[in-house]
Design a protein around this ligand. Sequence first.
Ligand code: PLP
Length: 395
Amino acid sequence: MTNLRQLFLTHNAQTTRFPLLLAFERAEGCYLYTAEGKPSLDLISGIGVSNIGHSHPKVVDAVKQQAEKYMHLMVYGEYVQAPQVLFAQKLAALLPQQLQSVYFTNSGAEAIEGALKLAKRYNGRSQIIAFKNSYHGSTHGALSVMGNEEYKQAYRPLLPGISFIRFNEVADLDLITAETACVLVETMQGEAGIRVPDVAYMQALRRRCTETGTLLILDEIQVAFGRTGKLFAFEHFGIVPDMLVLAKALGGGMPLGAFISSNTIMSAFTENPILGHITTFGGHPVCCAAGMAALGVLLDENLIESVAEKEALFRQLLLHPAISEVRGKGLWLAIQLESFDLNKKVIDRCIENGIITDWFLHCSDAMRLAPPLIITKEQIRHACNVIIEAIAYFS
Ligand code: PLP
């Protein structure tokens, strides 16, 4: 394993000077296992992907079956490939009538790119409104709509015509005008340290977009598929977006993203120019088969039903004077500590003690909790004991 770590550091591109360097041989349910068989309880679902747990046998089976039939046949959008069609139909059946046309991509960032392009093409406008402290991915377009200067400054020039407004601030909604092509917003902000907006705010945002003919794009890449206690997070707010962007848990552990709109909006890609958005691997049949199986497990096993109860248990157990707040919704929580220094020490100790957690990109003094939804109450109690012990150790 030491050798593998060295090879990783030498031959795999490094994105920080302090990678975690954890090495696991297999994963199952809520646990990751080292080659020596030591289990670690996964409290972040790597990140926000394994909502139904790792390597669910039904997903593994779907992958095997589809791989045996065919893998890649043709670029997206030309051939009728059953796994894509059936998964799109399944998603559409679970979504409101305004969201019936699915464009599958390989990742979240690519789905964001497609959604932004579609909005501009659909209403012929070029201005985009995004949010302070937002995160939508790392490609040039997705980076352009990220609300954190630190990550963007080295890569300018980025996309023009983007303004940033404050999340959950009604006063800023006036900046959405008849020139705005779209508003791109996380239904609940994730990397900002999990910020849940007010229902009245989200409804006012929806109204303002409708008044100005602006497309409302909800990024639910982290929050969908039961994470917040509803299948889709917008269901908490009584609104429907013009476009919905999904990824992460969508593929059940396989790489898959999607942006979803009405057929009318999506048809803007078919003309002037034709082939308005193309991808070779988007909606890969094996990934769609995996996503379909994962969604089946989520629904058939009623995994969303117990999310609120499990959230309550976390909140009941995560009490310590050093925790100033536990924020979030469902099994998607941020434990607010006083500093990055304390947070990092606590996280490292938790990891040493077999509990995997993390901080947030734009909120390094809060600890991330996003376990698989199948986590049991016993596992929650154990995890909270380890977290509180670590906080007490350093406080
Ligand atoms: N949007 C949100 C809210 C995310 O959390 C992420 C990833 O963390 C992305 C977009 C980008 O997704 P991907 O990493 O698949 O490109």
